[in-house]
Design a protein around this ligand. Structure first.
Ligand SMILES: [Zn+2]
Ligand SMILES: [Zn+2]
Length: 448
């Protein structure tokens, strides 16, 4: 067997504050969750443990890799497998975000004007969703039903059909549990046989909000979560806590705005650049979106808050409605009047699809092409995927990068003795954008 001369992998993912924090606390966290956190952060979900473990091993060559080889000069490198889990692994989530934006714009959304809506609910109702995540699907449906009726009423044609993509987000600025719907909706309706589209006038948001409120209460009542008394009490409040936001019209030609928005609606629940881990006191300082406000968490509590935003295995967080529903798109395709290829998003990608797309995605994120040979500029390709323990070890030993790395036992910290005033802390200058994360620049790492 000819052996590769280099490896290719993210630059030191294990050096981040985030990684250290997870590594130091995950075991104690998993063991102590029920007692310490389930009351405030929801029931323990065993799937969370898997997500954490997979994250800790993500991008680690010792857990398997692909061999990538240049056809022209034979130059070869190894590419570690990644965990592909949502919302906990920053690197994998980001790849997913970019892929989603691209697919949405190329395969789902039509070249017509769109709008961005956000539907949110009052504090008093949020906990029901924390303890019963199935309600998130019902909330998405409530938002769609409310919006659909309004847009249909706004156009004069018969049988008008709007289309929407609704992404559920569960996080607020400081990782609090705040379920809300991000909606990309057609700014008007399709009608007739030939895919005609009628743009709608601006909607009356206060009326839309009232309808949404009605639909959400009806749904929670039907599911036995709330009583009529609670609804009556709530109706007497001056501020309902329900809110509907509507953004500006996005023109059909503004591909960049559309793709950025598509990425935004499925963005990760936290920003690694905004977290600082103080390992000596076991605390996390988290900076708000405004880059000014800080919140200090005990490390385990920060993890507990983070974990409330991890979807269950296979849990759908994005749904397609009306003209953009899978059924409608399927029908149009069958009839040959929809150029789009059906794609079911939000599935766990399989290894094969991953191998096809990672190069393109990496190129898009990091502006380097991992399939261009650094030696001769020739074309490289994935020649095999290695997941056999013995072969992994043989190759890594040959490259002198086999480390007998058993994870050190987690540190058990005493409870923090002093509170940090946020202003005392030197927060490092922040320069991330949500979508371009300089810490994950892929680079050629080792030459043997
Ligand atoms: Zn080459
Ligand atoms: Zn990962």
């Amino acid at each position: 067997m000819s052996l590769p001369a280099a490896v290719y992998r993210p630059r030191h993912p294990q050096d981040s504050d985030y990684y250290h924090c997870v590594e130091d606390y995950f075991e104690t966290f998993v063991q102590g969750y029920d007692e310490q956190f389930s009351r405030q952060y929801g029931f323990w979900r065993p799937y969370i443990e898997q997500v954490i473990y997979r994250y800790l091993d993500c991008g680690d060559l010792q857990h398997g890799f692909a061999r990538v080889k240049c056809k022209d000069c034979g130059h070869e490198y190894l590419l570690a497998f990644s965990c592909k889990r949502r919302h906990f692994c920053p690197s994998c989530h980001q790849k997913r975000v970019v892929e989603f934006g691209e697919r949405l714009c190329m395969e789902v959304l039509k070249k017509i004007p769109h709008r961005h809506f956000v539907f949110s609910i009052p504090k008093i109702l949020r906990r029901y969703f924390l303890y019963d995540r199935k309600l998130l699907a019902a909330l998405s449906r409530c938002a769609w039903e409310s919006l659909k009726g309004f847009i249909q009423d706004a156009v004069p044609e018969n049988d008008p059909i709007p289309g929407a993509v609704i992404a559920m987000q569960t996080f607020g600025d400081f990782l609090g549990f705040n379920p809300h719907c991000h909606i990309l909706v057609t700014d008007g309706c399709f009608y007739g046989e030939k895919g005609m589209f009628r743009v709608a006038p601006p909607l009356e948001l206060k009326k839309l909000e009232a309808l949404f409120r009605h639909n959400v209460f009806k749904m929670l009542l039907a599911k036995g979560k709330i009583t009529r008394e609670l609804i009556a009490m709530h109706s007497s409040w001056k501020h309902s806590g329900f809110h509907v936001f509507c953004g500006n019209r996005i023109s059909p030609n503004d591909d960049t705005a559309m793709e950025n928005l598509a990425r935004y609606i499925i963005r990760a629940s936290f920003s690694q650049e905004r977290m600082q881990y103080l390992d000596d006191v076991g605390q996390v300082v988290y900076t708000g979106k405004d880059r000014k406000t800080n919140k200090v968490f005990p490390a385990m509590e920060w993890l507990a808050a983070m974990c409330t935003h991890i979807p269950n295995r296979g849990e759908q967080m994005v749904r397609y409605y009306g003209y953009y529903s899978n059924v409608a798109r399927g029908k149009r395709q069958k009839a040959g009047n929809d150029a789009a290829v059906p794609c079911i998003l939000e599935t766990q990608g399989n290894e094969k699809a991953f191998r096809k797309s990672w190069a393109r995605l990496i190129q898009k994120i990091y502006e380097v092409d991992p399939l261009i040979c650094p030696k001769c500029q020739g074309k490289m390709r994935v020649i095999s995927a290695i997941d056999d323990r013995q072969v992994i070890r043989a190759i890594l030993e040959h490259l002198s990068i086999w480390l007998v790395r058993s994870r050190p036992p987690p540190k058990i910290h005493d409870p923090p003795i002093r509170e940090y005033a946020a202003a005392d802390l030197q927060i490092q200058p922040l320069n991330d954008t949500i979508y371009g994360d300089p810490e994950y620049t892929w680079d050629e790492y080792i030459q043997s």
